[in-house]
Design a protein around this ligand. Sequence first.
Ligand SMILES: [Zn+2]
Length: 315
Amino acid sequence: MKFLGHIFRIIIATAIIGTVLYHFNTQFQTAIDQKYEWLFPCKTPITYSLGTVDPKFGISKDDFLTAVKAGEKTWEDALNGKNLLEYIPENGKVTVNLIYDERQTATDKLKKLGYVINNDKAGFSDLKAKYDALSKTFNQTKAQIANDITDLKRDQAAYEKEVAHWNSLGGAPKDEFAKLQKEKNDLNSRADNINQRQNTLNQSVDTVNSLGTVLNEQIDTLNLDVQKYNNNQQTLGDEFDQGEYILDQSGRSINIYQYDNKAKLERVLAHELGHAIGLGHNDNPKSVMYKLDQGTTLTLSAEDIAALKAVCHTL
Ligand SMILES: [Zn+2]
């Protein structure tokens, strides 16, 4: 009995330790991976897998993977084809996600309306001017409609007062009656007109809001030079606001939220993969690792290459 009790205690203890290890395993593993990568940088490839690829982007998982691989190749080519990153179908150390959010919705809406969105300072000024013009028109129309509603209510009240007056006298004479009938039709068509204008206004508020969303994003992309921290997340790449590299207790991930075209997608992926390899930002505006996403190609700058060689100790 005493022996069985001992065995039982061991089983319970093992179960507890097992549970604890299971919970902290990912966290430990990430910490161990990082220590290893710090001690032996670029020695073994950092594996990655795909996570969420939201179908709303209209890009297949295969095509998304092709874009990630283009970003990967950029860095590997710089070190003569050294295997720095490697795709594995499951359980890669880094999970790469394509996540649909309101920024992409706003971009899509504007594109359908024929807006050209360029994520640079000139593009921002251009969009800002359109936003200002549109919101000015919007506010004028809104004020005009509000005035027209006030006038309509006043005239409707006057009409009803007149009808009540003639009713109290037992009915209006023929010409008065015709006049009142005309007034009623007139009031109805004014109400219809107001309704139509309000519908149009409701559609344009959607456009104004989409422009606001895209502009806010560009303000982040073009102006901010800060790292974002909160309780669970440490982000290294938030100025490249369409994407981010996240390192937290649940592991490592790259999230892409928005892109305008294939070239831009590959570039933001290359930037975030650069962070995954261990690169920070550098000061050349043409760099893939510049803090702002201003370029359109995957060509690395001399600064990008120097930083990569420094991280991989291959200077
Ligand atoms: Zn970054």
